[in-house]
Design a protein around this ligand. Sequence first.
Ligand SMILES: Nc1ncnc2c1ncn2[C@@H]1O[C@H](COP(=O)(O)OP(=O)(O)OP(=O)(O)O)[C@@H](O)[C@H]1O
Length: 600
Amino acid sequence: MRTKTTVFRRLLAYALLYKGRIAWALLILLVSTGAQLAGPYIAKIIIDQHISSGSRDYAAVLRLIGLYVALLLATSILTYVQSYLLQGTALQIIRRMRTDLMNHIQRMPVRYFDSTPIGQVVSRIANDTEAIKELFISFMATFVVSGATIIGILAALFLLDARLALYTAALLPIVAVIMWIHLRFSKVYITIMRARLADMNARLNEWINVMPIIQAFRREKETIAEFEELNMDRYRNQRKQFRVFSLSSRNAVGLIGSLVTALVVWHFGSQALQTTISFGVLYAYIDYLSRFTQPIIGIFDQLMNAQRAYVSADRVFNLMDEPGEYGEGERAMLEASSAASVTGLAERRHAASSVPRPEGTVAFDRVTFSYKEGIPVLRDISFQAKRGETVALVGHTGSGKSSIMNLLLGFYEPDDGSITIDGKDIRSFSKQALRKHMGIVLQDPFLFAGDIKFNVSLYNPEITLERVQQALREVGAAPFVERLPRGYDEPVVERGSTLSAGQRQLISFARALAFDPAILILDEATASIDSETEGLIQTALKVLSEGRTTFIIAHRLSTIKEADQILVLHRGEIVERGSHEELMRRQGRYYRMYRLQVGA
Ligand SMILES: Nc1ncnc2c1ncn2[C@@H]1O[C@H](COP(=O)(O)OP(=O)(O)OP(=O)(O)O)[C@@H](O)[C@H]1O
């Protein structure tokens, strides 16, 4: 369990990256606080030395008033510079933290996303870092400013009159007790609220993703009821939180401040008449006292933010501490280069591109695997795919075809047995190196928001526009792309929903082809496509598998008649293997599946 000090230390480490700017801002802050607090002292001099004493030295009074105005001006300019510096630094810190977080999330094992709702992860990057930003802004801008003001006022009061200063200092313990009570109660609600916010995001994400299903099955009423429950819960907690806040915070401090002022006016006011205390001191004192409660109230207002930020920071660091899949020395390099820096990116690109291209011989040796402990989904899987061969995986749904490919891609580790590429265990490669020369076409080909050419090249600088066009031509997608109003620049909306399933598949084929992988994994689309597109895809498949070790997870057995090897899976085991003809001759499971599909 992380302690408060560790969270604080890690936040501090982020802040220290910008220590120069922060030091400047704090210096300016001290000067502006001093300038601000000199005001009442000058007023006291004007009252005591010129007005009360009846001196007629107008020039001196004018000079003092001039100084007063100059200080006011200087204060406002310095305050602007200081808050610009501090807030700008806070934004920098958060930008950096977000990049670090996103970098880390990209290195999280796939297994992590199996059990973590997407909305929760989004909540970490979007909401939690925002709350931490508030901490940096409020801590640096309000806490430090308020702290400096409080100390400054106490110092000025001691200069004026030690007794008055002691009266005021006595306020501090009372305020501290109120703050402590306030914090204790509000923390409970804040923790609940943060968790609920993440839950709500997770649910929202799911609902928006499956909106067509909600609408088609007319689940709108049920969905809104479920949403309303979450929403109501959030409202109730927020209300409780505000109740605690308004009860204990600024009102209480404001009230105490006013009472003390009244007490002092009543007590010392009569003394002033008897001249034990001058009018000037009394004026300055009351002015200082009214300024004294302001920073305390400011701190109170920000305490809630600080607490929220602490809870958020704890969550963000929790996620950052989850083990990610980093190559040797990669994490240190990412941290050192702040990930986003151009040199960092260039170095990483260089590191990944220096991985030599494998021949592409893939072997599974007695591989056993389970997603959940004790429930194996693959048992004793052994096979070899030689360089350039096409291996098809067939079997009923849930038989383990995708799981085999998940292991080859290094998304999961086998429980037992080994997987090798050119005789080298894949555990000896970093994930980046392992995937560098692998291509994948998913069952539901995912297209990113962007345009067609981006969806093929994915911003890989080695893939030129000509290469993109060539890849699209080779897989037979060029005719339809060129018919689009903006051709290769045609925008693709999120998930490519304006394109047909077949078109999306062809674009993802072109993507795989453009990356020219040594090992290709193709998860055939289950969606039925018209026979014309089917023909196009068949041809594209041939082009694509040419010269590379190809694995096809096939649903239409007609696709794989020419595969070098067909592995038939049943409940996580390979029950038959051979070419199409061999398996047909055997008249076993494959034969029955095939006959069923062709309608015989
Ligand atoms: N992420 C996961 N977590 C837990 N269990 C999983 C996960 N993915 C798959 N499974 C389980 O593993 C088994 C094999 O699934 P797999 O996806 O490999 O089957 P498949 O043969 O590819 O099926 P399909 O043809 O339907 O895609 C199934 O019983 C499935 O429920």
